[in-house]
Design a protein around this ligand. Structure first.
Ligand code: CUA
Length: 316
């Protein structure tokens, strides 16, 4: 059972934010215009092909060259059509990404090969892959990359925006409805580009604040049972070189922050659901589920993986 809001079907034809709605509207408009133009051209071609087809004994159709009226018409009309597209596109762009005034972003999105890091500058919360937002609030996202060019895209909530190293891009999203939205990386970024899932949890303000508070808690280091063994393994098996867990000396920033791993729905940016059993499988062979990812196979025994999973699944 998901602890979160129902999963919303992903569609570019809908939109649950003014930004995504504006894009959907433009998409419909372009689609209808293109359909009308296609139908008109196809009908004319068909008419000409039938009307002037070769028939036994028929004369050659009247030849017409250098018709100024016609030439003006087929230059001006497409020009006007393009102008309409341009105006509509510019209007939509202005709704989707109005100029960013001096304002602290609500969240900084940092793309990595192949996962997403989210940092909330207001509270200091750092999390991975699952972005929490408030329904009914306007959010400014700052989008960055730690390595190559990625592209942050949640079709139901906003525009696509490139994640470029050293060059912040901005994205406005005013989510209107509570729910879980799916997104994806939309720019080829290497082997696991297709498995770089985004989940956005749009919550009520109260639920969001509760989540944020829980993220600020420092989890206790277990002192007994399999979880305690797992905590020791975490220290000894180089996990901390890449991962951070608040309240421990682990402060690596190469991989996702694991401070509250147990509170997430999925593992590996959406490749596995987050259960102790799945986590154990992941720990034993990450390359099986995400070939090419930066997490090595540490050749853990099954018992070690189970203990490590017990520790990580205690990090709420
Ligand atoms: Cu990241 Cu494609």
């Amino acid at each position: 059972m998901s602890r979160f809001m129902p999963l919303q079907p992903t569609s570019v034809f809908r939109g649950d934010s003014p930004q995504a709605q504006a894009i959907a509207k433009l998409f419909y408009f372009d689609l209808v215009m293109a359909a009308v133009i296609f139908a008109t051209v196809a009908a004319l071609v068909f008419y000409v092909a039938v009307r002037f087809r070769e028939r036994p004994g028929a004369l050659e159709p009247k030849q017409d060259q250098g018709n100024e009226k016609l030439e003006t018409l087929w230059t001006v009309v497409p020009g006007l059509i393009l102008l309409v597209f341009m105006v509509e596109t510019a209007r939509t762009m202005n709704i989707v990404n109005p100029p960013v005034t001096k304002r602290t972003p609500n969240v900084t999105v940092i793309a990595h090969q192949w996962w997403w890091e989210y940092r909330y500058p207001g509270s200091g919360v750092v999390t991975a892959n699952e972005l929490h937002m408030i329904a009914g609030a306007d959010w400014l996202l700052e989008v960055l990359s730690a390595d190559v060019i990625h592209d942050f895209w949640v079709p139901d909530l906003g525009a696509k925006v490139d994640a470029i190293p050293g060059h912040p891009n901005y994205l406005w999203i005013d989510p209107r409805r509570q729910g879980t939205y799916l997104g994806t990386c939309a720019e080829f970024c290497g082997l696991q580009h297709a498995l770089m899932g985004i989940r956005v949890m749009v919550q009520s303000p109260a639920d969001f604040w509760a989540w944020e508070q829980s993220q600020l808690q420092v989890p206790e280091v277990p002192t007994q049972g399999p979880a305690a063994v797992g905590a020791r393994l975490f220290r000894e098996r180089t996990c901390r070189n890449c991962h951070a867990i608040a309240g421990t000396e682990a402060a690596g920033r190469v991989g996702p922050d694991l401070t509250h791993l147990a509170g997430r729905e999925t593992l590996g940016a959406g490749v596995l659901s987050n259960t102790p059993n799945q986590l154990m499988k992941w720990l034993m062979d990450p390359q099986r589920y995400k070939p090419g990812c930066n997490m090595p196979n540490l050749h853990l025994t099954e018992t070690e993986a189970r203990d490590l999973a017990a520790y990580l699944e205690a990090l709420r």
